[in-house]
Design a protein around this ligand. Structure first.
Ligand code: CO
Length: 466
């Protein structure tokens, strides 16, 4: 290739850094403190990231519950040090940063406040890929003039992309819908690390022909395929990938940034990043992380989970299953539960396995194994079959439907509208309930999302004893 054509073809891949959110969420159980981010924040701002993910996902829960930090303070504080790089957050659609659907008044107030404390880019997803669960959040993101990154959960029913449900057309249709909703970028979110490199090449190539807005890939190294997958995505023309600094990368986290800097050097996708600057940050972060060693999983020598390639159950879900089985003195039934999960998942409408559907399917699979199939049915399963989480990718099995909704307090005929249309407003009710303990709108939102642990946190924050 001659030098001038090479220059003309330059299309650097853009990098979102996830160290301060998914990185420590995946490796350190979301325990990294704001005070440990501050000393490296200004230098992170100089690297040239497209964005830094600093909030959302489990950070809100972990901060108020375990770290006793006010979650709202983190973006506000980091903004004092990171002035050029936009801030991104992960928003679970109508679930915000919690585990259930909140009504629209809570969604509006939350998104407005998130914009105010410094979030620039909202990566929005829904566990069922029901895009009606995006509507209220997107309306507020747009009204505030912020960036809406529409996100689709990547899921499979077979080892590779295809089959009747999660095939190429499924993703093309969902991404077209997101673009029509006004997405500024579109993200394929592979929370379990299931994306195989050549499927990704096929998918990104097809999307690039259909979709005008930039494409973003989010994946996890859990199965070991992620670096290969990212490279094939780059070759297929993906615009942005997510990485972490090496100390909080790989294993169940995102791929490390550093190999991409070197691997892409002098290609058309060259990041243009200074390896030396990044290595200095790595050294610094290694030093900081020594105090978090207790949170790093050390039960296996292999740093990838090859089982995921086989049973496709996300890493976080496996540790939950094991804990729940251990409590029931039934750890020896783990393989039965692995076999039960795909059955339950199909019967309940083939949801992608991500918070909160992974938990809903997992708990029902355990009860089926321990007590007999659908002898006990959890309330979440009833709510999901009734339609309160949204529309499942496939219809619920008719026999299971009958069993699940028998005697259900809301009735036997599922609702088909947007899930939040069945929820009344909560904010003013909560304001009366919490009274003086919530001194700001931020406090009120913390309490609205997490009534029990949020209230505990507010008592701690204001040194109120009861
Ligand atoms: Co993730």
């Amino acid at each position: 290739m001659n030098f001038t054509t090479e220059q003309a073809a330059l299309k650097p891949v853009l990098i979102q850094d996830n160290t301060f959110r998914d990185g420590h969420q995946s490796v350190l159980a979301t325990r990294m403190r704001t005070e440990d981010m501050i000393p490296m924040a200004e230098r992170m701002d100089e690297i040239g990231f497209w964005a830094m993910e600093v909030w959302g996902g489990a950070t809100f829960d972990s901060m108020h519950r375990f770290l006793k930090e006010d979650p709202w303070d983190r973006p506000r504080i980091l903004k004092n040090y990171i002035k050029k790089t936009p801030f991104s957050m992960l928003l679970r659609g109508q679930n915000l940063v919690g585990y259930r659907n909140y009504p629209d008044d809570v969604i509006r107030a939350f998104v407005d406040k998130a914009c105010e404390v410094g979030i620039d880019i909202f990566r929005v997803f829904d566990a069922l890929n029901d895009l009606r669960n995006f509507q209220t959040a997107v309306e507020r993101i747009k009204t505030n003039g912020k960036h809406f990154e529409g996100s689709i959960c990547y899921s499979l029913t077979e080892r590779h992309m295809g089959g009747d449900v999660f095939n190429l057309n499924y993703y093309l249709d969902k991404c077209r819908e997101l673009e029509a909703m006004g997405a500024d970028t579109i993200c394929i979110k592979d929370m379990a690390g299931l994306m195989a490199p050549y499927d990704t090449y096929t998918l990104i190539t097809a999307l690039k022909q259909e979709i005008q807005v930039p494409l973003h890939l989010h994946t996890h190294c859990t199965s070991g395929m992620a670096p290969l997958t990212c490279l094939k995505a780059i070759e297929a023309g993906v615009d942005i990938i997510d990485t972490c600094l090496a100390p909080l990368a790989n294993s169940t986290s995102q791929p490390a940034l550093e190999p991409f800097i070197v691997a892409l050097q002098e290609t058309e996708w060259d990041t243009g990043f200074s390896l030396e600057s990044v290595l200095e940050l790595d050294d610094f972060l290694e030093g900081i992380l020594t105090k978090y060693h207790e949170f790093i999983a050390t039960d296996k020598v292999a740093d990838i989970d090859v089982g995921v390639l086989d049973h496709q159950i996300p890493g976080g879900m496996i540790s939950n299953l094991k804990n729940q089985l251990k409590e029931a003195n039934a750890l020896h039934r783990l393989n039965d539960v692995y076999a039960e999960i795909p059955k339950v998942r199909t019967e309940l409408g083939t949801p992608p396995l991500v918070t909160p559907t992974s938990q809903i399917v997992g708990v029902q699979a355990i009860t089926n194994v321990l007590f007999g199939r659908y002898k006990i049915i959890t309330n979440q399963v009833k709510d999901m079959v009734y339609g309160l989480y949204g529309k499942t990718p496939t219809p619920v099995d008719p026999e299971i439907h009958k069993k699940v909704l028998k005697g259900y307090r809301r009735g036997k005929t599922p609702v088909t509208g947007r899930a939040a249309d069945y929820l009344g407003p909560e904010l003013e009710k909560n304001r009366r309930k919490i009274g003086n303990l919530a001194r700001t709108e931020e406090d009120l939102l913390t309490y609205s999302l997490y009534p029990s642990s949020g209230k505990e946190f507010l008592k701690y924050k204001y040194r109120v004893d009861e």
